[in-house]
Design a protein around this ligand. Sequence first.
Ligand SMILES: C[S@@+](CC[C@H](N)C(=O)[O-])C[C@H]1O[C@@H](n2cnc3c(N)ncnc32)[C@H](O)[C@@H]1O
Length: 200
Amino acid sequence: MNRSHLTPEIQLHLITPNCELWTADNAKSPFKDPFWSFYWPGGQSLSRFILDNPSFVANKTVLDVGCGSGACGIAAALSNANIVVSNDIDEVACIASKLNAELNKISLKTESLNFVGHKILWDCILVGDMFYNNELASSLLKWLQQLHISGKTVLIGDAGRLSKMDIYGKENLKLLAIYELPENVKRENEELSSAQVWSM
Ligand SMILES: C[S@@+](CC[C@H](N)C(=O)[O-])C[C@H]1O[C@@H](n2cnc3c(N)ncnc32)[C@H](O)[C@@H]1O
């Protein structure tokens, strides 16, 4: 269990530098690309923002897209969101999110469909640290813009990758908050020192 991050009130099962798997070579890992086993800096900033500003999610239905460990959805559930669905195309991430939800004594649903580009019913969409490759980033931002135009609340947590990308529409994002990352998180994520929260 780990609390060395921007939201120590949320406990998470993670792979940390104290775990053997942190330094094991990929062949020894039972999982391919276990993104769910890290709490990404963009997700940390978004969860911190939600816990500090619960009105963005309170009484709303919330979809945490690319949930990984499930932390952002857990932050929303702790902030009185109505229903939280944690969504990741990696089914193991959905299981990890359920386990982490239990650890924090909240309940959430999970869904492993790819919703990007599709119409959805949730009121509020959370996106933690999903701008990590150009192809995904542009389809994601285009979709989020459509959701915003249709009246949804869109919140994005990112640690600087988004602002460096050459993608249409990023200039319309509104900066809501900047958080300095804890020292251990800086060390584990070379070159990153802070993480931002954006809306539309
Ligand atoms: C860098 S991780 C971020 C995890 C978490 N939000 C956080 O900040 O700690 C990105 C996650 O997005 C998921 N993902 C990638 N494309 C996706 C898609 N189209 N729909 C849902 N999840 C997706 C990956 O499987 C991965 O778990």
